[in-house]
Write a protein that binds this ligand. Structure first.
Ligand code: NI
Length: 211
């Protein structure tokens, strides 16, 4: 094969590859339709955790303001048809199972990854519905994305089907943060209430007495 023919052949191959990529390649990021079953959307990388500041119905919400408390952090959105209500119900039931002394040292934070629809007004009703100890928070899309990235949370807005409101696929772990603000454990979606209570008590330590 002459040098010229070689380059023509290489060019054709490259063109075909580009055409294939343009029309057929779909990156494997979540299921394309509806709300995923729990766990179908994998966490985006290793969760590092760390402090963050978002907006809540009560004003600025900074994770560092909860030092000394055990924080349970969940990412989702209020229009979620099933996964978020299930997770938040379990969280609420776990909080209800705690003694008043324990509960005083625990805080639930629900971060909306759908700030477009989840206004502070919506969050102020939605989060405490599951337990008064759960506060809603969100921020600009860029800020929410940054917090989600640090916790290894993945989420993706889906194309609306017909005239129905769009859904947002999202990973569905509950993040346990210890009294020092460190990410201590992840609870999978569907974790039994008793397990959540156990994890909270483990982090409270000292039988729930303040350290
Ligand atoms: Ni959800």
């Amino acid at each position: 094969m002459s040098r010229q023919r070689y380059w023509i052949a290489a060019g054709i191959c490259l063109s075909m590859l580009l055409v294939w990529l343009a029309f057929f390649w779909e990156p494997d990021i979540g299921t394309p339709t509806g709300h995923p079953g729990p766990g179908t959307l994998r966490p985006a990388g290793q969760p590092m955790g760390g402090d963050f500041t978002l907006d809540s119905p009560d004003g600025k919400l900074a994770l560092q303001d909860y030092r000394g408390k055990v924080v349970l952090l969940y990412f989702g959105y209020t229009f979620c048809p099933d996964v978020c209500p299930t997770s938040l119900s379990a969280l609420g039931q776990a909080f209800t199972a705690l003694t008043p002394e324990e509960l005083a040292q625990v805080q639930g934070v629900f971060v909306s990854v759908d700030p477009e629809r989840d206004t502070q007004e919506v969050l102020s009703v939605y989060a405490p519905f599951f337990h008064p100890r759960i506060v809603g928070a969100t921020g600009t899309p860029a800020r929410v994305a940054e917090v989600a990235r640090r916790y290894g949370v993945s989420y993706m807005k889906q194309k609306p089907v017909d005239d129905r409101p769009y859904t947002v696929d999202h990973s569905s772990f509950t993040y346990l943060i210890d009294r020092e603000g460190r990410l201590a454990a992840l609870l999978p979606h569907g974790a039994p209430v008793a397990d959540i209570v156990l994890q909270i008590r483990r982090l409270l330590g000292d039988k729930g007495k303040p350290s």
